[in-house]
Design a protein around this ligand. Structure first.
Ligand code: BEZ
Length: 252
């Protein structure tokens, strides 16, 4: 997936704005060494630093890391895969906001996090949980099927696990999960109905691979019309976000 760092910061700032409340769960103590896993354009990484921690931000997207490093030159940002990373010096905590649903190799990612933590280190994260984006996903698939793109309709760009699924994986890896919550968070899209196209453009481009631009616009307009009864509330458009949030401790 190719990330558009400008569109992300401009129209999807809610991703890191909502992440602020996840940061509170991290309860940073000055001097702690913290990893921001999937740091994107680095805004929350910078907040972690401003709370007195020594922080490293990693992200799979070189474009995101380039923008983060330009915006916050004093922070150590690196390109790395969430399911395949290693640090010699362990962390007091690993933080991750709105990233783990992109990581299909969940057990590999959880193992990398576990191995990178000190004993009693914290893993604090929020991701899309079961039911996330259910309307936009079902509608996109329905329109792609109708237009004879069944190979696109079956794509699964994200992994939205249930609480039982993810917590079991964490426990199997050796974590003790001290809190977890799975909750609805309807999220305001910027630019009203145009927000659907912008969201699909930013996050869902894999569904439109090989579709020419004109037909893509028609498909997105059709999806938007079908979503209107669910997403348009008095002129404001809300996408159906469902979050899974947890705090887990490395036991040994
Ligand atoms: C999310 O944060 O839930 C999300 C973001 C982009 C694509 C899918 C889900």
């Amino acid at each position: 997936m190719k990330w558009n760092a400008e569109l992300y910061d401009d129209k999807h700032a809610f991703v890191f704005q909502y992440g602020e409340s996840v940061l509170e769960l991290l309860e940073i103590k000055p001097g702690e060494r913290i990893l921001d896993l999937g740091c994107g354009t680095g805004h929350l990484t910078n907040e972690i630093k401003n709370n007195g921690a020594e922080v490293i931000g990693i992200d799979a997207s070189a474009d995101m890391i380039a923008k983060a490093a330009k915006t916050y030159p004093g922070i150590d940002f690196r390109v790395a895969d969430a399911a395949d990373f290693h640090f010699d010096e362990p962390f007091d905590a690993v933080f991750s906001n709105a990233v783990l649903h992109w990581v299909h190799k969940a057990d590999d990612a959880i193992k990398c996090v576990y191995d990178s933590l000190k004993t009693s280190g914290r893993f604090v994260a929020e991701m899309g949980g079961k039911g996330n984006n259910a309307h936009i996903l079902a509608t996109t698939r329905q329109v792609l099927e109708k237009r004879r793109y069944p190979h696109l309709a079956i794509k699964k760009p994200w992994y939205f696990p249930s609480m039982g699924d993810y917590i079991t994986r964490l426990e199997n890896a050796g974590f003790r999960v001290t809190s977890a919550i799975h909750f609805d968070r309807p999220t305001l899209l910027q630019d009203g109905r145009d927000g659907v196209a912008k969201w699909l453009n930013m996050f869902g481009d894999t569904f439109f691979e090989g579709v020419d631009e004109t037909e893509q616009e028609q498909i997105v307009a059709e999806i938007t019309d079908l979503l209107e009864p669910y997403y348009n509330i008095n002129g404001n458009w809300y996408i159906d976000y469902v979050r899974l949030r947890f705090v887990a401790l490395r036991e040994n």
